[in-house]
Design a protein around this ligand. Structure first.
Ligand code: FE2
Length: 329
């Protein structure tokens, strides 16, 4: 019988449960996202949302997969990186399930899960990943036992940059599609700070500069166009160098911001220039979801990676390059 793993995602605004089978089939992917009423995400409110929906989401996932908890081979959970109160809800539920049903508990790194679900769903072998979301902006590729970082943001992640910008401009959330919608109508690129330091990018200075321009009555569409072009151009520069350096033959866009059509266009060009095949994670698996934790749980379990419930502490700053990925060898 092929292994089947149930995975729980609760690192930020989404509580998700996925069920994945060893052959790569996703049997269920049920997610519920907390939408803040005002401003940004409030960790405690998001955690309350997760605790409230958990029971219903688990049952829905089991029903969708047509499987009982007794038949599951392992319980995977994202132990980090993420927001403390949110992580604790998922970890608590996963420990209870593992103990009650006598199943191995599998610790999953959320960032590894984003790239692994992308690798599975686009059928990539060993790509350079551009992992862009509200919580992360990293360029990663496999080398010597781990996913290594070949560039990242020095301050706020790109998704957070667009969300904050949208909020300050009075636009709805999530920010990236809103900014993109207005950017299409923009005509002029205005002068903004372009901040690339070595292989890293910085978005907070860009954000401050744009908000200053906003107060100077610059056309909103031009502002959105410029924000998007600057943010993506900075990223493209470091991706291009990373591709040249790592010599990877595939370029894969992963994470929630991967849905951006403009970013896809730019990365397609970068890939073509370096004879790499370009692929984008499907929409369903771009944002945070339970399936990515379940699938990475399968990979971990097959490599013998499990954890005792009493040792399964959450790790809010657990970096992708701290995680061994023996299945890539
Ligand atoms: Fe994420």
């Amino acid at each position: 019988m092929p292994l089947v793993v149930l995975g729980i995602e609760s690192t930020a605004h989404t509580f998700g449960v996925g069920i994945a089978r060893e052959d790569g089939k996703i049997l269920a992917n049920i997610n519920s996202t907390y939408i803040p009423i005002h401003g940004g995400i409030l960790p405690r409110e998001a955690a309350r949302h997760h605790a409230n929906v958990a029971h219903k989401i688990i049952l829905k996932a089991l029903e969708k997969a047509d499987i009982r908890l007794e038949e599951i081979d392992g319980i995977a959970v994202a132990l980090g990186p993420g927001l403390g109160p949110c992580l604790r809800v998922g970890a608590f539920i996963a420990r209870i399930l593992a103990l009650s049903y006598d199943k191995p508990l599998i610790p999953v790194n959320h960032a590894v899960a984003h790239v692994e679900i992308a690798r599975l769903t686009v059928c990539a072998r060993d790509p350079l990943f551009v992992y862009v979301s509200g919580g992360n902006t990293q360029i990663v590729a496999y080398s010597q036992g781990r996913y290594r970082v070949f560039g990242e943001t020095l301050d706020i992640p790109i998704g957070n940059f667009f969300d904050t910008l949208a909020r300050e401009l009075g636009l709805p959330q999530p920010g990236t599609p809103q900014i993109e919608k207005l950017a299409i109508k923009g005509k002029n690129i205005i002068d903004l700070p372009y901040i690339v330091k070595g292989q890293d990018v910085s978005y907070s200075g860009l954000l401050t500069a744009i908000l200053r321009k906003f107060k100077e009555d610059v056309c909103l569409e031009d502002l959105c166009l410029s924000a998007m072009e600057y943010a993506y151009a900075m990223l493209a520069e470091v991706v291009e160098r990373a591709l040249a350096h790592t010599q990877k033959r595939e370029l894969v866009l992963a994470g929630g911001v991967a849905r951006s059509k403009r970013l896809q266009e730019i990365m397609q060009c970068v890939a073509e220039e370096h004879d790499a095949i370009f692929k984008v994670v499907p929409d369903e698996y771009a944002g945070d979801n339970g399936a990515m934790i379940a699938w990475t749980g399968v990979l971990c379990l097959k490599s013998g990676i499990t954890i005792q419930p009493e040792e399964s502490v959450i790790r809010q700053r657990w970096r992708i390059d701290e995680v061994d990925v023996p299945w890539m060898q």
